[in-house]
Design a protein around this ligand. Structure first.
Ligand code: NAP
Length: 399
């Protein structure tokens, strides 16, 4: 005890937010307080802070203490994040006045950012190709020239980029993690590998911010009408705060717990099922055509009866009509996803013969110059193998 007291530095660390809350306000808010102890066990740090508990100051005096306890440095990360979130929630005013950063304005991101503007949020947008931000800046969004410029301290940033590598480059870019800082939330909505999500979640935690995985189901048309289905996973503490933002983007949110990789796995399972359904429809409709039947009439009957789910209705029509441009979701991105599915399967020591077939189907389409077509264009490979003739549109509209 004597040792502890004699080594405690008589300094209270009271982290103050940018907004100036809450320590010196008239009403005492709870804030984490902790002391610095010189610590030989951690030579890389001058002091090892010990978390003592929650407390509030009024006119410089300790006015309230909540659940005091002792904890170590590791606990501080969560404590400080919790504190910032609590203070933000206590703040007066509309959450929509919060500036949200949005990174990645491709087919999906463009529509999603637009939905947030429509819902009344103030946005700062970033896209690698800056010109793609013009439609949004014309509607009042602020333009960021670097990913880090779209991030505000303790704020919310959303990413919707092509793949794992793109997101890692963004997160590692100058200022991104440093600016997001304590209480900041990164809502990562791209389709990624679960491993990347777990790695990035750790990296965020080291900077006292929170990474939430929130991949989506639904094409750009669904994104434009707030009809996405959102899978969510990551620390529970951030989920409540992000709820209004998710509500402005989708029609349903499904929480898969705290493992940041969990939502990504659900998304990959879903995309595997989508591709499998497309392959099955392509084979069935090619069989019908080879037998002298009208493809559209066949899919029309099936999707009005046993197969009345959106996946059959939407993709069935596209496959029947051989309409694969403009792409809602490019074949190259489909290949990325089936590769992610196979990686998870490999990691889990699980053969997935259908995934291997789908991989080859997409790869063949890309080798034949159809990478920028919609992923439903995998059906063209089925037609080719059956010796059927078809017209490829001369100009492929890049997405
Ligand atoms: N389209 C769909 O139907 C759909 C549905 C659900 C989920 N998703 C997922 O949503 C994500 C986005 O899909 P999308 O269809 O919007 O793709 P997209 O139209 O190809 O857009 C990709 C976005 O990522 C950016 N990007 C690519 N590489 C980058 C890099 N190295 N650094 C920085 N930015 C980079 C692109 O910037 P540039 O403009 O500069 O190229 C663009 O903003 C993907 O993970 C996809 O799997 C798509």
């Amino acid at each position: 005890m004597f040792f502890l007291l004699s080594t405690v530095f008589a300094c209270l660390h009271l982290p103050l937010g940018k907004q100036g809350f809450p320590i010196l306000s008239a009403r005492p808010h709870l804030a984490p307080f902790f002391v610095s102890v010189p610590c030989r066990a951690e030579p890389d740090t001058a002091h090892s802070p010990i978390f003592l508990g929650w407390g509030g100051l009024r006119r410089g005096k300790l006015a309230r203490i909540g659940k005091p306890c002792l904890g170590k440095r590791a606990e501080l990360e969560t404590v400080v994040s919790r504190w910032y979130l609590r203070c933000r929630d206590n703040r007066k005013g509309d959450s929509m006045s919060e500036m949200i950063g949005f990174i990645g304005l491709g087919n999906m991101g463009q529509a999603m950012a637009n939905s947030l503007l429509k819902a009344g949020y103030t946005l700062t947008v970033y896209n690698r190709t800056l010109s793609k931000a013009e439609a949004l800046t014309a509607k009042g969004a602020r333009l960021a020239h670097q990913p880090g410029e779209a991030v505000t301290k303790g704020g919310t940033v959303i990413s919707m980029v092509a793949n794992d590598q793109a997101l890692e480059e963004i997160v590692m870019s100058q200022g991104f993690l440093e600016r997001l800082g304590p209480g900041g939330i990164h809502l990562s909505m791209s389709t990624l590998s679960p491993e990347t999500s777990r790695k990035l979640a750790q990296l965020h935690a080291q900077h006292h911010s929170i990474y939430l995985a929130a991949p989506v189901f639904g094409r750009p048309e669904a994104a434009a009408t707030q009809k996405l289905w959102i899978c969510l996973s990551g620390p529970a503490i951030a989920k409540e705060r992000i709820q209004p933002v998710l509500n402005a983007l989708g029609q349903g949110i499904f929480d898969f717990g705290e493992d940041p990789g969990a939502a990504n796995i659900v998304k990959l399972c879903g995309n595997f099922l989508l591709l499998s359904a497309m392959e099955a429809m392509a084979e069935a409709l090619t069989l019908a055509e080879k037998s002298g039947l009208d493809r559209s009439a066949v899919i029309d009957m099936l999707t009005h009866t046993m197969f009345s789910a959106p996946v059959y209705q939407i993709y069935g029509k596209m496959i029947a009509e051989r309409r694969h441009t403009p792409a809602g979701f490019r074949q190259t991105l489909g290949l990325k996803d089936i590769n992610l599915v196979r990686d998870v399967a490999e990691h889990s020591t699980m053969p997935m013969p259908l995934a291997s077939l789908l991989h080859d189907r997409l790869l063949a389409g890309i080798a034949k110059g159809r990478g920028d077509m919609d992923w439903s264009a995998l059906s063209l490979d089925v037609l080719e193998n059956a010796g059927l003739e078809f017209q490829i549109p001369k100009t492929v509209t890049p997405s």
